[in-house]
Design a protein around this ligand. Structure first.
Ligand code: ZN
Length: 134
């Protein structure tokens, strides 16, 4: 795995949190993107070489809605950049990590993404993301 690509934070209201994080970071988000298949709206802030991703649920069955219901707003996942997501998934499975079903698939920010189930990684949801080569 390479650098931390971004840190995902679950929020109740993207507009409110965009303003809060703009104040905190001293800069505005550079993009907003809905990921229909995940039921989320996201916004991204650049912080040096990495990013903050804010996630708001767009429907009640979204994993973000469930997360907020259980734990409230807060850090939701850590995303690592990988060069070859298929290779990395194979490697992690061999090490007994649980990869969530149905991945890799296209996520926000032109990435192919997959997730490591938090029960196999000390209750931290880990995202792998690979740039989609165009
Ligand atoms: Zn993410």
């Amino acid at each position: 795995m390479n650098k931390i690509e971004h840190i995902g934070i679950a929020v109740k209201n993207l507009d409110v949190s965009n303003k809060l994080f703009a104040k905190l970071l001293g800069k505005s988000h550079y993009k907003i993107e809905a990921v229909e298949s995940e039921g989320v709206a996201t916004s991204f802030f650049k912080v040096g070489d990495t990013k903050i991703e804010l996630l708001e649920a767009t429907h009640v069955n979204s994993s973000i809605a469930k997360f907020i219901e259980k734990k409230g707003e807060g850090v939701h996942h850590i995303a690592f950049a990988v060069d070859d997501i298929e290779h990395e998934i194979k490697r992690l499975k061999k090490e007994d990590f649980i990869i969530l079903e149905g991945y890799p698939k296209k996520g926000a920010d032109s990435k192919l993404v997959a997730f490591v189930h938090p029960k196999s990684s000390n209750n931290v949801l880990i995202e792998l993301c690979q740039d989609i080569k165009t």
